[in-house]
Design a protein. Sequence first.
Length: 318
Amino acid sequence: MTLSSGLVFFFVQNTNSEFELWKADGTEAGTTLVKNLTQNLGIGRPRSLIDVNGTLFFTTYVSKSPGQQWEGAVWKSDGTESGTVRITSATVSLQDMSSAAGPELLALNGTVFFRGFSVESGMELWRTDGTELGTRMVKDILPGDWSGYPAAFTALDDVLYFVTANGATGEELWRSDGTEEGTILVSDFPPSLNGSVMEKPVAVNGSTLFFAASDGTGRGIELFRYDPKQTTSVSTGPTMETSALSVRGRMVYLSLGHTGAARVSIYDAIGREVITLHSGAVVEGGEWATPQNLASGVYFVRAVGETFALTRSVIVAR
């Protein structure tokens, strides 16, 4: 659900398994259908509702039959059936990616950024102002029909930051002001063909970007800070690729695949340890609940053992 122009917009699946866009003003009479989005189109699912200055933007995915590839599109709506239209043309589509890729749509200064796919350029960074003429690829970062797979969109100081690959430096952190010439590699950091930003960058206090990355040197995934004048590692450690750390809701899960020792702690945005969840032996893996009294903000869960060091970001909102 998303609030736009004083109304709540949401999706409903009807008895024919078709998805519809609805709106509500808080009353029964004011809760009405806006438009059937997937009628006669096959299997469908909409998502990614966002408000941009009173206009609703969202995505839809349609598959002609079970097992077929999902084809995606960007839409906009003014809350009326006639004003609910598809923005992207038939030659540009969205391809379904996992939730780990981060938000599909990000609004910045009235412009909506998204991952667009075309036969000529693969999947690259696109932008739209809600018009067909204003919907275009920002830059073909990985030239030709290869895909850079831009992901992990976040905004800092009116600039878009994202993760993508250009075929020369591996997967790295990039920035864009919405123009081709203003879409640049932040830095080849860590300097490695295997360099990889593994976690969605998180903006803190409107001036600093935190992200987790691997530099291909065997140190594993580490925590970095971009300020945006320099990028600084705030922790180091070895790695073991069979280990895994995840956060779902209030629970922290660590999978080792063997018996060993681990220290699992939570740190705040400036690197101070808030609490230690576990320190000692772990048999195959473990799970721990985060404290209920954590204040709103950005935190990092870190698990360190003899052969691994893993970091995951957590946003607490109360």
